[in-house]
Unconditional design. Structure first.
Length: 522
């Protein structure tokens, strides 16, 4: 010991610290803020620095903490910092990072893996296998084991919280806790050891009959409220942009996503339990991502067509198919979904077999993509959102000579989400329903009857369906906005399928008319 050397837990020679160095180290390790500033990095490689509200959260001594946060306030940074600090400094500590769905967890996992890769000293704290590899497990769930015996578990709740039941941990971090089901909350609470710490982060969703809502009013929890404008980079331009997007300060979207308030009561648009039963392994399922960058150097229509065909990489299919699309502006994502129809006993089942996600792609190229999908699948019907780029795409596909051979008349439909749909004519009077409500009821009915199959492997599909909500405003249903492009594409496919059924019924009875949509002004 006189030579100032010793051995670490792996048997390696190390230099012993002087008393002064030990004191400095204790100061660094003493709290997650100083530790994070020393060990963690920003994505540009600079040292991590915390905003005042993040530091207040990380230094809070309370055992039970819950958040009402807007978007863009840095909650993922706070959560991941606290989790890594706990594992780094707590010998034998057991921690659980929980979230409603795998998609929510992936964001935290990505941040933690980045930090481990960015700092060799931090990576050295991870335990090593006999083969010399870090003990970072990815199946069946993500897990990191540390050299001091600490373990961080990452588990998605799903509808029932089954993944939580085998764990007993000292600390739990919950991301997007507002979306945990009640059965998942019960399973999660059983995981926390006596005197354990519980930290819950979430954007509120307005649902009132939830454990999350109740805990935000509990005297046993310290409540943090972080509206989006607490971000030091908030600007008047950003505020105006979000006010325009959500439709004003009195809307549920602004209250939940920006102000971080419970706001107006909201309700889940889809039954999560039925959704879980309809999520299955789909062997043929594919997800394709196409960006404007991949098409930027295409100087002619022919070159763009060939590039799109290469990126899709599809083969002609046989069977009955339906296509739906939510066609965003160039700066917004576009989602195209393809369903295969099959008969299971006496039921007709629609299975999602392809999703095409496009970003920063102009509408003429979106039209070309739909034309290619028509060539490969020959769908019985195609439905797209008539807003945004949708109207332009429909006009191109129906009017331009180059698309005439596709014979899309009667199969391609543009739907006005804010309009009314005529379902039937009874006693000379039209029976109408609001289009978006009708679309949503078609999905819910198919989920309840197990006539819709969604791929379990696509976490984004699950995320959007489980977090889609609605509020009631002047007696009208108003659906949440922002994280709904896949949902809207499915809505269009379902209405195209229903329109085909009603068109066929018209041949048998004069009391039923084809589905038509018309705008409605509120």
């Amino acid at each position: 010991m006189g030579n100032g050397k010793g051995r670490d837990t792996r048997g390696r020679n190390v230099k012993l610290l002087t008393p002064q160095e030990q004191e400095r180290l204790r100061a660094v390790l003493g709290n997650p803020v100083s530790w994070g500033e020393h060990y963690l990095r920003n994505r540009d490689g600079s040292e991590r620095a915390y905003w005042p509200h993040q530091a207040e959260d990380l230094l809070a001594p309370e055992k039970n903490i819950i958040h009402l946060d807007g978007r863009g306030v840095g909650k993922t940074i706070s959560l991941s910092t606290d989790a890594l600090h706990f594992a780094f400094t707590t010998m034998g500590g057991q921690g659980l990072i929980a979230a409603p769905q795998q998609g929510h967890l992936d964001t935290v996992v990505e941040e933690i893996e980045f930090q481990l890769d960015a700092n060799p000293l931090l990576m050295k704290s991870v335990a090593i296998t006999q083969q010399g590899k870090p003990k970072i497990h990815r199946k069946p769930y993500f897990r990191i084991e540390f050299a001091n015996g600490a373990v961080l578990y990452f588990r998605p709740a799903g509808p029932y919280g089954d993944a939580f039941r085998s764990l007993h941990v000292d600390r739990i971090w919950v991301d997007e806790g507002a979306w945990l089901s009640e059965r998942a909350w019960k399973a999660l609470r059983q995981c926390l050891n006596a005197n354990g710490t519980l930290r819950i982060y979430s954007t509120p969703n307005g649902l009132r009959d939830t454990t999350y809502y109740r805990l935000t009013s509990s005297t046993q929890f310290r409540v943090f409220r972080w509206p989006s404008w607490i971000n030091p980079n908030w600007t008047a331009e950003r505020e105006a942009e979000l006010l325009e997007f959500y439709g004003g300060r009195d809307t549920a979207g602004w209250q939940h996503e920006v102000a971080g308030e419970h706001g107006k009561p909201s309700y889940g648009a889809f039954n999560v339990e039925f959704l879980g039963l309809c999520r299955q392994d789909v062997v043929e399922y594919r997800k394709i991502e196409i960006t404007g960058e991949e098409l930027r150097d295409c100087e002619t229509e022919e070159a763009a067509h060939d590039r799109l065909e290469m990126l899709l990489n599809l083969m002609p299919q046989t069977g009955v198919f339906w296509i739906g699309g939510d066609l965003g502006y160039t700066a917004d994502p576009t989602e195209l979904v393809v369903f295969r129809e099959s008969e299971v006993g006496e039921r007709k089942v629609l299975t999602l077999v392809l999703r095409v996600h496009m970003e920063h792609v102009a509408y003429p190229l979106i039209a070309q993509t739909i034309a290619l999908l028509e060539r490969f699948f020959t769908p019985s019907g195609i439905g797209v959102d008539n807003g945004g780029n949708g109207l332009a795409v429909v006009q191109e596909l129906l009017a331009l000579d180059k698309y005439k051979p596709l014979q899309l008349e009667g199969r391609l439909h543009g739907y006005d989400f804010g309009g009314m749909t005529t379902l039937a004519v009874r006693d000379g009077r039209e029976v109408k329903k609001r289009t978006k409500e009708l679309m949503t009821s078609l999905i819910n009915g198919a989920l309840q009857r197990r006539q819709l199959v969604l791929p379990a492997e696509d976490a984004e599909v699950e995320d959007q369906f489980t977090t889609h909500t609605y509020t009631l405003q002047n007696g009208n249903v108003v659906y949440s906005k922002g994280n709904d492009h896949i949902v809207d594409a499915v809505r269009c496919a379902m209405l195209a399928h229903e329109q085909n059924r009603l068109d066929g019924a018209r041949e048998e009875t004069v009391s039923v008319m084809p589905v038509i949509t018309e705008p409605v002004f509120i």
